[in-house]
Design a protein around this ligand. Structure first.
Ligand SMILES: Cc1ncc(COP(=O)(O)O)c(C=O)c1O
Length: 448
């Protein structure tokens, strides 16, 4: 029989978890948004146990991070062996082999144009974005950047300036870094121009050249276009086939760098090491973090030697490229190559098919979209008007938690389904069964 979540507590959080939630809320920053009171005691593979012994199936991957599953034995082994040798020596000032090894491997797999590659390590997605932003300004000697509405690139001042997701994230933090113009993304389900692919001919990309460059944004002042291959926090929006190639064409016509933010969609999540491989486009700079080191804090940018031409002292990070994080990343890459990409390629279409079956059953589902193990389900009050079902989405996330399935929201009214890349068919089935029950309950509640 399939392993299933086990909720022993009468209500969640159970007594032990509740105490921790109280202590947390007393002492920790109120800026965090916890969707539901999950307290994690321990975790293995796709499964999480809370302090009261409740067992949850984790389809959040700790915010798209634990792609190899929690505490994968091969990742642990690599980290433990590195810890016995060296935990820290700052790659900014000194040399150590594991950082070089990881850089060599990333350079090999990063889908960039031919030529020698260069890698810069940091600690998070936001820092990777900051690094790409700075690298682009430094190399081009230009100041402006094009980013997208709905994009999430992080919360440090530079990354936040590029973020175009929720105004709450920017409220009272201005002035931000100047020179950023946000343009609409390829949100085909809600095309900002009311068009349809393919007859639209990716107008949403072409508009950059045809409108913005002609009116408000001189192309020769633009250093970079930063874009997510699939928009994550913005609602798991998957652009149409020609989209990224058109962005690249426009960028290169004007000497602009194309930065691909692979922080969320990268590291095997879509069945390719980098999501942009699905579009067969080679960007100029790639940012990565989250899944790169199976939960250890690590971020990186990879670009060409020609582009990363900054001088010693211009950019660095004390903890960037930490040896234990690098060892974890090397083990993670090996797992991707040997097992996980295969698993996602095999089971990704099955997951999509099962989610689309739910779409045929429940009117509240407006759209199901995704690739590999990265799926978004958008909820609407009415399929014709597409009015966003925001409260219902939050309710779905809560219901799933109560039944032992961990999912999270994306955008205002979508849920994101991001299983660990090790997930088996039966684990996917368990998750779909629970989602089915939740949608049914939601339907009954809406009728009342
Ligand atoms: C595409 C993308 N870029 C950057 C970030 C920022 O990463 P971090 O939270 O590690 O700073 C995120 C985080 O969700 C992201 O999804």
């Amino acid at each position: 029989m399939n392993k299933r979540p086990r909720i022993k507590s009468k209500i969640l959080p159970g007594p032990k978890a509740k105490k921790i939630v109280r202590r947390d809320e007393f002492i920790l920053s109120p800026s965090m948004t916890r969707s539901y009171p999950l307290v994690v005691d321990k975790a293995l593979g796709a499964w999480i146990t809370d302090p009261d012994g409740n067992l949850f199936l984790d389809f959040t991957c700790g915010l798209s991070v634990t792609n190899t599953g929690h505490c994968h034995p091969k990742v642990l082994k690599a980290m433990k062996s590195q810890m016995d040798r060296l935990i820290h020596m700052s790659g900014t000032d000194f040399y150590y082999e594991i950082q070089v090894t990881l850089a060599e491997q990333l350079a090999k797999i990063a889908p960039l144009e031919k030529g020698r590659k260069k890698v810069f390590f940091c600690n998070s997605g936001a820092e990777a974005v900051e690094s790409a932003f700075k690298c682009a300004r430094y190399h081009t000697k230009r100041q402006k950047v094009i980013a997208f509405l709905g994009a999430f690139h992080g919360r440090t001042m530079g990354a936040l300036s590029l973020t175009g997701s929720k105004s709450r994230q920017k409220e009272r933090f201005s002035p931000l870094v100047p020179g950023v113009t946000h343009v609409p993304y390829a949100t085909c389900y809600r095309c900002p121009y009311g068009l349809k692919y393919p007859s639209c001919d990716v107008h949403c990309a072409k508009v950059i050249e045809e409108e913005y460059f002609k009116t408000v944004l001189p192309a020769e002042e633009v250093a970079a276009i930063i874009v997510e291959p699939i928009q994550g926090e913005g609602g798991f929006n998957v652009p149409p086939p020609k989209y990224h190639a058109t962005l690249k064409q426009i960028a290169h016509k004007y000497g602009i760098l194309l930065i691909m933010d692979e922080v969320q969609a990268g590291m095997g999540r879509t069945g390719e090491c980098f999501a942009i491989n699905h579009w067969k486009v080679k960007p100029d700079i790639i940012t990565m973090a989250k899944g790169i080191a199976s939960g250890m804090p690590l971020g990186a940018i990879v670009t060409t030697e020609k582009i990363m031409d900054w001088k010693p002292g211009s950019h660095a990070s004390t903890f960037g490229g930490n040896p234990v994080a690098c060892a974890s990343a090397v083990a993670t890459l090996k797992l991707l190559e040997t097992q996980l990409l295969k698993n996602v390629r095999k089971l990704g279409p099955y997951l999509g098919k099962r989610l689309k079956e739910l779409e045929t059953k429940y009117e509240i589902i407006g759209d199901v979209r995704g690739v590999g193990f990265m799926w978004g389900v958008e909820l609407v009050k009415d399929r014709k008007t597409k009015v966003r079902a925001i409260k219902e989405r939050d309710k779905m996330v809560d219901l799933a938690f109560e039944k032992g399935l961990l999912i999270l929201g994306a955008g205002e009214n979508s849920i994101r389904i991001v299983p660990p890349l090790i997930a088996s068919k039966s684990e996917l089935d368990v998750a779909i069964d629970i989602l089915d029950q939740c949608f049914l309950e939601l339907k009954k509640k809406r009728r009342k």
